[in-house]
Each structure stands twice: as structure tokens, then as C-alpha cells.
Design a protein around this ligand. Structure first.
Ligand code: NCD
Length: 363
């Protein structure tokens, strides 16, 4: 278990000079539960297992009216703010639904043009202002490092509150990685669990934040092999490969996506993140024909393997695959709601009440 360090005992300059691994202890509570949720490195195998188990229990409790009543009373005294500065459908709505299930009252700011940022207020001041009215902020921003800055600022006020990173620039998307882990775990429940599996990532691995978070979480499961299939210009960052080497994880970097399909246990497709292009049409010049999953590829994918995608998709996965039992991308979305419920309940220490309720009523 990570041993908690205090964010109000380190200067912002010193904090930013730490590696993300070194920052992780500043994000947890003394009891090991997450407080701010900013990076994949703050999780461990034990906390991932606890979150997945809790998500499953919440899912089962939510099937009955009594169960829903119990859940919706758990955090009825809390308010959360969704602050989304980048487009979002799934992440926004699944957080929204997760908060509703737990009884949390919600407010949202999705359009900065209607907030006081228009009057010249800094982003930091705006978020600190919002924080006065809420108990948690869930935030998506294009600016790498901004969620971290706000977590540090708020931890240094008289009224600290947890911040959840719902996607920060090109860097990380830790709660997407949690739902991906939950989906993988559920999908492989009957085939030996996540251990010893081969996960193939394909697409824009350079600028896709979901892969950068998931690849790190996968290092907690023994003997997983990771393959990164992308054109050279979109290949995974050296920082992730270094992380995998440090964790003694076997990996493979390749241009031959199609060749990996018969050997994959999970294929994780991603879209081209062209919003990050530095010159207009830059991504359009890249030949992507070999980096999509087609109906014909279903024939070559082993029977027990799965296809994932954080969505939204463009044409990386042919719609002909959508009703194949191995297509898990629809399930990922609903799993996202349950794991986000589990995460929020854990941050506020209500995991104990949920586990007790489950043991008494559903076991
Ligand atoms: C992803 C994101 O925003 O990083 N979407 C999501 O949260 N499900 C992936 C993407 O936009 O390609």
C-alpha cells in the first residue's frame, strides 16, 4: 500500500519536479483509498481488485428498488461538479449517472464562454471558485498538468476537496483505464483471469491518453504481454516503454497490426487523435489502411479473444463487428458507470457500507 504524503507539505515547484511515480503517494488517503485521482500510477493490484469487486457488488445491489434506495442515500449529503473543457459523451454521462446512483447532487460547466473566464479570470481562480460550492470536482481539460495544479492548489486551501481526472491533455485518462481493467477482468473471468494475456493496442498510441493509462495498470497483472501496433509516426511514447522495462513487462512494438490478430487475447483499437495535429491535415497524410479491424479480421481472431475501444470510433472497427460476441466496446461504457460508482464511493469511504449491505442482503 502507498504510504500517504501530504500535498500541503510540498511546494508546487518541488511537486512538479517529481516523476509521476513519485507523485502517487501524494494522491492517496492515509487508509490507502484514493483521494485525488490523477494518474494510473497511484493504483496497485490490491486497490484495483477492491474497486472491481465493489463495482460488481454495486451492479448487483442496483438491480432492486431497495438496493437503489440504499445506494442513493449513501452520498446524498455530497455535491459534485463536472467541469469539462473538452468534448465528452461517455465519460461525462457515466460520471453523471454514477453520481446519481450514489445520490450526489450535480452541477456542470461544459462551456467556458459562459463562465467568468470570459471576464479575464484565470482558470485556477475559476476552479477554486467552483470548489466553494461542491465536495468533489470531476474535470476534463486539454491542458496537461492542469488537474494536478488544481489538486495541489485545493489541497493547500482551508477547504480541500478531491479532484478526479476525466482526461488530461495527451497524458492520462485514469478512470478510462479502470473501466478497461474491469472489462478485461469480466471478459476473462472464465478463461483464467487477466494473467498471462496478450493485449494488442492499435491506432494513435502517441497521442491517445487511454492507452497511456491502461498500459501502466496492466503491469500489475503477472505475465501480461503488451503489443503496440501503429505507424511509426503514431507509435507509443518512449516513457511508456521505459515504464514497462522497469516493471519487467514483455512488450513488442510493430507496424504489422494484422499479423498480431491471431495471437491477441484483447485488441484495443483507438481513433486518430487529430485534434492534436500541429499542421492542418497532418494526420490525413498517414496511411491507416492496415490499422483497422474489419469483418474479415473476425475470422482470424481467436474465439475467446475480445475487441475493445474507448470510443468514439471513426472507421477503426467495421460496424460488421458490432454484434459479434467478442465486441466488448458497448459493454465498456456501462462498466464505466459501475467502476466510477465504486471509485467515488471509495473516495468518500462508503465502500464499507456497500460491502456490508452486500454481505447482509445478497450473498
Ligand atoms: C477517449 C478520450 O477522451 O481520451 N474517449 C473517452 O473518454 N471514452 C478516447 C478518444 O477520444 O479517442
Amino acid at each position: 500500500m502507498l504510504k500517504k504524503k501530504r500535498l500541503d507539505e510540498i511546494s508546487w515547484e518541488d511537486y512538479t519536479n517529481l516523476t509521476q511515480e513519485e507523485q502517487a503517494p501524494y494522491l492517496v488517503q492515509a487508509n490507502g483509498r484514493p483521494y485525488h485521482v490523477l494518474i494510473a500510477q497511484q493504483f496497485e493490484r490490491e486497490s484495483l481488485d477492491a474497486l472491481c469487486d465493489l463495482a460488481t457488488r454495486i451492479r448487483k445491489i442496483a438491480k432492486s428498488k431497495d438496493g437503489m434506495r440504499f445506494l442513493s442515500d449513501l452520498l446524498a449529503h455530497k455535491r459534485a461538479m463536472l467541469y469539462f473543457h473538452q468534448p465528452s459523451s461517455r465519460t461525462f454521462l457515466s460520471f453523471y449517472a454514477a453520481c446519481q446512483i450514489l445520490g450526489i447532487a450535480l452541477a456542470e460547466v461544459r462551456d467556458p464562454s459562459i463562465s467568468s473566464e470570459q471576464k479575464g479570470e484565470s482558470l485556477e481562480d475559476s476552479v477554486r471558485t467552483f470548489s466553494s460550492y461542491f465536495d468533489m470536482i470531476i474535470m476534463r481539460t486539454p491542458f496537461q498538468g492542469f488537474v494536478d495544479k488544481m489538486a495541489w492548489i485545493l489541497s493547500n486551501t482551508e477547504r480541500p476537496l478531491p479532484i478526479i481526472n476525466a482526461g488530461s491533455g495527451k497524458d492520462q485518462h485514469p478512470t478510462q483505464a479502470l473501466l478497461d481493467i474491469y472489462t478485461l477482468q469480466r471478459s476473462f473471468e472464465k478463461s483464467g483471469g487477466l494473467e498471462n494475456k496478450h493485449i494488442v493496442f492499435c491506432g494513435d498510441l502517441k497521442r491517445g491518453r487511454t492507452v497511456r493509462s491502461l498500459s501502466r495498470l496492466l503491469t500489475f497483472y503477472p505475465n501480461i504481454k503488451q503489443t503496440f501496433a501503429a505507424p511509426d509516426s503514431l507509435q507509443i511514447g518512449e516513457d511508456i516503454l521505459q515504464y514497462l522495462r522497469n516493471a519487467n513487462v514483455e512488450y513488442n512494438v510493430t507496424n504489422d497490426f494484422k499479423g498480431t490478430i491471431p495471437e491477441a487475447d484483447a485488441i484495443y483499437m483507438t481513433r486518430i487523435q487529430d485534434e492534436w495535429d500541429t499542421s492542418p491535415g497532418e494526420s490525413k497524410k498517414i496511411d491507416l489502411t492496415d490499422y483497422s479491424f474489419t469483418g474479415a479480421d473476425l475470422e482470424r481472431l481467436p474465439r475467446k479473444s475480445i475487441i475493445m475501444h474507448p470510443l468514439p470510433r471513426r472507421n477503426e472497427i467495421d460496424t460488421a463487428c458490432d454484434n459479434d460476441p467478442r465486441a466488448m466496446y458497448w459493454r465498456q461504457m456501462r462498466n464505466g458507470m459501475w467502476i466510477r460508482c465504486a471509485l467515488i464511493a471509495t473516495i468518500f469511504g462508503r465502500d464499507v457500507a456497500i460491502n456490508n449491505y452486500y454481505t447482509l442482503n445478497l450473498k
